[in-house]
Design a protein. Structure first.
Length: 171
């Protein structure tokens, strides 16, 4: 009996149209960081009661998935167009949410530690994971010569969203 499925070598995966990509490939590293950011948003979402805030985080997860698709296409025959308008609408939507939240919260005058409830604790974890993903995106996209300016800015603003939600949910 023959099996038509090819078994991938240990330590490899696929990108769009490319098989056998090493799990140590920098694109895979960035995909993992973005996936962790989405999972952190998922955890935070589980503790938030406000349906509008939950929906905002879910939208951000969907948008992170789109960024992951872009990253998975880098250096492949399916390379997505990295023009000035790519991810502009998503960034604009997120910045609109930030403006609304800034009006609803009071910014602290000193450094504060969060975690006084499950909402602020999980949002703080999400914020730091997103910041790390942003740093990795900067490093890796620079290595590949990819601008993705709106996507990079989106990650920065996404961590700000988490911060503002933390302020909203403080006890």
């Amino acid at each position: 009996m023959t099996n038509d499925k090819k078994i991938k070598p240990i330590g490899t995966t696929d990108l769009f149209g490319i098989s056998g990509v090493s799990k140590s490939d920098r694109r895979i590293q960035l995909l993992g960081a973005l996936d962790e950011a989405s999972a952190a948003l998922s955890l935070a979402k589980a503790f938030i009661q406000d349906e509008e805030d939950k929906q905002s985080l879910e939208t951000c997860q969907s948008q992170l998935s789109s960024l992951m698709g872009f990253v998975a296409s880098i250096g492949t025959n399916h390379d997505l167009n990295d023009d000035e308008q790519f991810f502009a609408q998503e960034l604009e939507e997120l910045e609109g949410k930030l403006e609304n939240l800034k009006e609803a919260v009071t910014l602290p005058r000193k450094f504060i530690f969060f975690g006084d409830n499950p909402q602020t604790g999980t949002l703080d974890i999400a914020r730091t994971i997103i910041r790390r993903a942003e740093r990795e995106a900067t490093l890796i996209l620079n290595e590949f010569g990819v601008k993705l300016d709106n996507g990079r800015q989106y990650l920065n603003r996404l961590s700000t969203l988490c911060y503002l939600l933390i302020l909203k949910y403080r006890s």
